[in-house]
Design a protein around this ligand. Structure first.
Ligand code: NDP
Ligand code: GDR
Length: 372
């Protein structure tokens, strides 16, 4: 049985990748952090009681800031494949916590590569690094492909630039099978609540059910190439199954604005919106409501406003990927469109909002965190 080790297994991608690898017959080991609250919600459905024999899914406590811990886990697991998905992954937060972001995202990658080498596994263990379209930042060419020059625009992206190059360096210096997936934004119902797509689908679903009044947004002109995480984890695995390691751009090749994502989400809830005003004065007013998904919303309500606190000190205005290498060399193509993914996310967030609204209507206290 092949063994895979995933850092960041409790995150969006880690959970989908763990499911995918279990489906392929792997024994999957994941590193989870110790937190003061449970943080395994995304993988609870694949959890296995550690008392059973021949566990297929095993969780280890660990942290990318702790090299002794990484060495011990690698030594114990002897993985065939390591997927380094763990990261402080929020771009805006990286401006608030730049040093921590560098420690986890840049140094953490180095620690993991070194752990593989120290354990003498550099010729056995294949290594996948979760690189990012944020490396392109202030874009030098459109669409962005494997050869497009990088210009990172945040502490997160600068840390990921180090991680990208140290992965290339270990491949060249030690002959490791190590590669970078340069992934453009990918989302799902499991996306963290403070990334823009999930903030929109969750926020509008809550508004539709009367749990919140207004969604406060940053730069709605930002353009992104949004795919579905399920499609992207398949490609992460494919990249480790080749004869030779290579870096690939993973994207849909389509691009939409944040505003467009808001409009799609509203339509899914039976709401049509009219955007009025410019810059920080821009707002979205309800034009019409149909169906029964948004009982708390009426024509004329202002349900989206701009709040400059969500602007970033340096913004990445536009990203559009060219996935043709992945298509030609690996036969990979995304199966889920951005619009279909948006509909799926709204549907799932509406179910939760409806449950909360029901509880609230029946006198129960419901805590809706709106900290974004
Ligand atoms: P998430 O933020 O959902 O998950 C991040 C994971 O990293 C969580 O499991 C988190 O643990 C873990 N983590 C955070 N800090 C540490 C640490 N110090 N030590 C060990 N683990 C840690 O991210 P995604 O699943 O969306 O992304 C996966 C990877 O892909 C990340 O590296 C991200 O930067 C990168 N990426 C993501 C893209 C996207 O659009 N989703 C696009 C391109 C790259 P916990 O649950 O305890 O917080
Ligand atoms: P990003 O994703 O920074 O691209 O990083 P995010 O969803 O946070 O932002 C996308 C764009 O939307 C704009 N925006 C807002 N963003 C947030 N979070 N909240 C808002 O209120 C808001 N309003 C507008 C942003 O300014 C930005 O332009 C994600 C992460 O998953 C990274 O880890 C990953 O590497 C990249 O995608 C590819």
């Amino acid at each position: 049985m092949k063994k895979a080790l995933i850092t960041g297994v409790t995150g969006q991608d880690g959970s989908y990748l763990a499911e995918f690898l279990l489906g392929k017959g792997y024994q999957v080991h994941g590193i989870k952090r110790r937190g003061s609250l449970f943080n395994t919600q995304r993988v609870d459905h694949i959890y296995e009681d550690p008392h059973v024999e021949n566990q297929h899914f095993v969780l280890h406590y660990g942290d990318l800031t702790d090299s002794t811990n990484l060495i011990r886990i690698i030594q114990e697991v002897q993985p065939d494949e390591v997927y380094n998905l763990g990261a402080q992954s929020h771009v805006a937060v990286s401006f608030e916590s730049p040093e921590y972001t560098a420690d986890v995202d840049a140094m953490g990658t180095l620690r993991l590569l070194e752990a593989i080498r120290i354990c003498g596994l550099e010729k056995k263990t294949r290594f996948y690094q979760a690189s990012t379209s944020e490396l392109y930042g202030l874009v030098q060419e459109t669409p962005q492909k494997e050869t497009t020059p990088f210009y990172p625009r945040s502490p997160y992206a600068v840390a990921k630039l180090y991680a990208y190059w140290i992965t290339v360096n270990y491949r060249e210096a030690y002959g490791m099978y190590a590669c970078n997936g340069i992934l453009f934004n990918h989302e799902s119902p499991r996306r963290g609540e403070t990334f823009v797509t999930r903030k929109i689908t969750r926020g509008l679903a809550n508004i539709a059910q009367g749990l919140e009044d207004c969604l406060y947004m940053g730069n709605m002109d930002a353009l992104r190439d949004w795919g579905h995480a399920k499609d992207y984890v398949r490609m992460q695995w494919m990249m480790l199954q080749q004869d030779h390691p290579e870096d690939f751009v993973i994207a849909t090749g389509t691009q939409y604005s944040v505003r467009q994502f808001i409009e799609w989400s509203a339509v899914e809830l039976g709401i049509t919106l009219r955007f009025e005003g410019v810059g920080v004065e821009e707002k979205a007013v309800v034009d019409s409501v149909s169906g029964d998904k948004a009982p708390a919303v009426k024509r004329g309500d202002v349900i989206v406003r701009v709040d400059p606190r969500y602007f970033r000190p340096a913004e990445v205005e536009t990203l559009l990927g060219d996935p043709s290498q992945a298509k030609h060399k690996l036969g990979w193509e995304p199966e889920i469109t951005t619009e279909a993914m948006c509909a799926e996310m709204v549907t799932e967030d509406l179910k939760v909002a409806q449950r909360h609204a029901f509880l609230k209507a029946n006198g129960h206290h419901v805590s809706i965190s709106v900290e974004n």
